[in-house]
Design a protein around this ligand. Structure first.
Ligand SMILES: [Ca+2]
Ligand SMILES: [Ca+2]
Length: 221
């Protein structure tokens, strides 16, 4: 499941740093430059928040604007971008969960700033910070705990998206319900039926496969 987030982030980041590969519906060049200037007036503060250089931020911003000329993405646009990356399965429910994770303050749109801050946690954060970010994908109501129902929602979305590809567990017969059972067996240490942030992070830190997959974020930007 982390592999999916990783794939998306890499593809998004690649797409946004190589805007020529995007299919932007851009307006006139002058208008675009003006917007870049205006929007990036807080460049210094964004450099601090993300620990990215001005050059990196400018490159990301150019790509972002090309893909999303209004300077922010709503959920439908986000889903459309996601669908290009996962054209075989049904990706819209998983895209919904990832969108909500980027849209941390629930305004219904992801601005460049929110996007790049999320991306920088994945690219520059410690393993724990990255896992915190991943935890938020599953903790749908953001109360600090993942219930079986929340996990089932996200796992079902992942299975839908992987339809036609190999299943996330590597076991073709594994249903979402069974998958959730396996995850809870591994992560719900005190067996109270919910996975707390600490349980989630501890279980992932102990899991060599998860730790390795997190390392790949090192080369994200
Ligand atoms: Ca929750
Ligand atoms: Ca627990």
């Amino acid at each position: 499941m982390f592999a999916l987030t990783r794939t998306l982030s890499r593809k998004l980041s690649k797409r946004f740093t190589n805007p020529s590969t995007g299919q932007g519906k851009d307006g006139s060049r002058n208008e675009k430059c003006e917007n870049v200037r205006c929007r990036l007036s807080s460049l210094d503060s964004l450099c601090k928040k993300t620990e990215l250089s001005r050059t990196q931020l400018r490159a990301l911003y150019r790509g972002f604007k090309q893909e999303c000329p209004t300077g922010c993405v709503d959920e439908d646009e986000f889903k459309a971008i996601y669908e290009k990356f996962f054209p075989i399965g049904r990706s819209d429910s998983y895209a919904h969960f990832i969108f909500n994770t980027f849209d941390s303050d629930k305004t219904g749109s992801v601005t460049f700033e929110k996007f790049v801050i999320g991306l920088s946690v994945l690219a520059r954060g410690t393993t724990r910070q990255r896992l915190r970010w991943a935890f938020n994908i599953y903790d749908l109501n953001k109360d600090g705990k993942i219930t079986q129902e929340e996990m089932l929602n996200v796992v079902t979305a992942i299975h839908d998206m992987m339809d036609g590809c190999s299943k996330p567990t590597g076991d073709e017969e594994c249903t979402p319900n069974h998958h959730v059972e396996l995850i809870f067996k591994k992560m719900d240490r005190n067996k109270d039926g919910v996975i707390t942030r600490d349980e989630f992070i501890d279980a992932c830190m102990k899991d060599e496969g998860v730790r390795q997959s997190m390392k790949i974020f090192d080369t994200l930007l």
